[in-house]
Design a protein around this ligand. Structure first.
Ligand code: 13P
Length: 258
């Protein structure tokens, strides 16, 4: 099966509204013609409206970086799926390792959020990945399996088809230390097999699995060339239109005309 590549920029806690407007106009200029890759930008909550308005007539999609599982109520500081939908968000990053590490996110809370997102027709980009000490202790598969099974429990087949999984080894995030294409491919293949066990082989073939962790213009092509890597979740290099666009172009399938 031919899976359409998807490249998303996770801006994390960067960019004021004015800076976001600047960045997104650069991204639109660079990527207006690209149709063979799904392109998503995920600004902080405060810049969602600005970016949403800027991309309304383009191929670029909007994502948020988190949500709360309840629709509304006394949850100070939180944002609901309904609020995101109102701003034309189509994607939401869930379970990012920074949220797991600094804000007590667990696979159980991620799973509640995944279900809330799907109910609101938001596509979750669900992050999984091991820490350095876990990799060094030979526990990569165990940790990734527990993230995937826990975060993505209880999905119907049609719900699975809305999900994007992002494999982000924590030791590769913001460190300049990328997983080698072979290391990443090995885990992606493992995740796809797990999805097959949790759902079925048709679903496993269809679900897109992104790689994330120090993707740069000069390593993106090699990573995206791996059979089970269907694009990337880009942090630092997505904060600059030029480098983000180069990474998106590296995901255009061979032979596709843009
Ligand atoms: P970097 O690309 O900055 O390593 O960040 C990756 C990431 O965490 C994307 O979600």
């Amino acid at each position: 099966m031919m899976r359409k590549p998807i490249v998303a920029g996770n801006w994390k806690m960067n960019k004021t509204c004015a800076e976001a407007a600047d960045l997104v106009s650069g991204i639109i200029r660079e990527l207006a013609e690209v149709t063979h890759v799904d392109v998503v930008v995920c600004p902080p909550f405060t810049a969602l409206r600005t970016v949403s308005e800027a991309i309304s007539d383009t191929n670029i999609d909007l994502g948020a970086q988190d949500l709360h599982w309840e629709k509304r109520g006394a949850y100070t500081g939180e944002i609901s799926s309904e609020m995101l939908r109102e701003l034309f968000c189509h994607y939401v990053i869930l379970g990012h390792s920074e949220r797991r590490q600094y804000f007590g996110e667990t696979s159980e809370s991620v799973n509640r959020k995944v279900h809330a997102a799907l109910e609101a027709s938001l596509r979750p980009i669900v992050c999984v990945g091991e820490r350095l000490e876990e990799r060094e202790a030979g526990r990569t598969s165990e940790v990734v399996e527990s993230h995937v099974r826990g975060s993505l429990a209880g999905l119907s087949k049609s719900q699975w088809l809305q999900v994007v999984v992002a494999y982000e080894p924590v030791w590769a995030i913001g460190t300049g230390r990328t997983a080698s294409p072979e290391q990443a491919q090995e885990v992606h293949e493992f995740i796809r097999a797990l999805i097959g066990e949790m759902s079925d082989s048709h679903v496993a073939e269809a679900v897109r699995i992104q790689y994330g962790g120090s993707i740069k213009p000069d390593n993106a092509r090699e990573l995206f060339a791996q059979p089970d890597i269907d694009g990337g979740l880009v942090g630092g290099a997505s904060l600059e239109a030029r480098s983000f666009a180069q990474i998106v172009r590296a995901a255009i399938p061979e032979g596709a005309q843009e």
